[in-house]
Structures are given as C-alpha cells and as structure tokens.
Design a binder for this molecule. Sequence first.
Ligand code: SF4
Ligand code: F3S
Length: 112
Amino acid sequence: MTYVVVENCIKCKYMDCVEVCPVDCFYEGENMLVIHPDECIDCGVCEPECPAEAIKPDTEPNLASWLKLNAEYAKAWPNITAKKEAPADAKEFDGVPNKLAECFSPQPGQGD
Ligand code: SF4
Ligand code: F3S
C-alpha cells in the first residue's frame, strides 16, 4: 500500500507533510504535491500533519484515480523535502469542490 495526496491539496498546498516524511517521497507540482507510491513506506506520519486532510491511505475506497495521478506526477515533478510558504489564499480553497477539474495544474513546482 501507499499513502496518496488527494483533491483538497490542490491550491491549499500547505507543505507541512514534507517536513515529516522519513523517506522524502513528496514531489511538487505548481499547486499541489504528490507521493511517489513506490517510495512511500506507509509510516502514516504525514496524514495527521496535513491541515487540509488531503492525505489518505490507499486502503480507503475510491482512491484509484488519485493513486494513478500521484504515480504519474511523482515521475514528472521535482522532489520537495522542505516546507515553503503556503499560498496566501490557501484557506479560501480548503474544502472547495471540483478542484481537480477547475484548478489542477500539471506544471511542475520548483522543488527544493
Ligand atoms: Fe512519507 Fe510516511 Fe507519508 Fe509515506 S506515509 S508519504 S513514507 S510520511
Ligand atoms: Fe497538500 Fe496537505 Fe501536504 S495540503 S502539500 S498534502 S500538508
């Protein structure tokens, strides 16, 4: 199994998660992060750290499409291990529906 980053990360991108990951398996897009499923060791410490509750174990139902997105973009985006400043409007996007369709950016972030 692995943990996956899901929709509510988009445009929240708080990055508290990267500080606690013991194997540095987060990758940075322009407006969200993903977890590399082959590198995650399922320790679970990132899940409670996310203020947007956007990290889930893949044992939860209906996460197949998010697992696929995490796997795909972990290969394309740069590694991130240190927290940066969250977007100024992060709070406004917490819980907003349809962020994948309306806000997702496939562009890479800057990484570390
Ligand atoms: Fe990293 Fe552990 Fe979270 Fe996997 S579950 S991404 S290893 S902190
Ligand atoms: Fe995203 Fe939560 Fe990390 S909002 S960047 S998964 S702390």
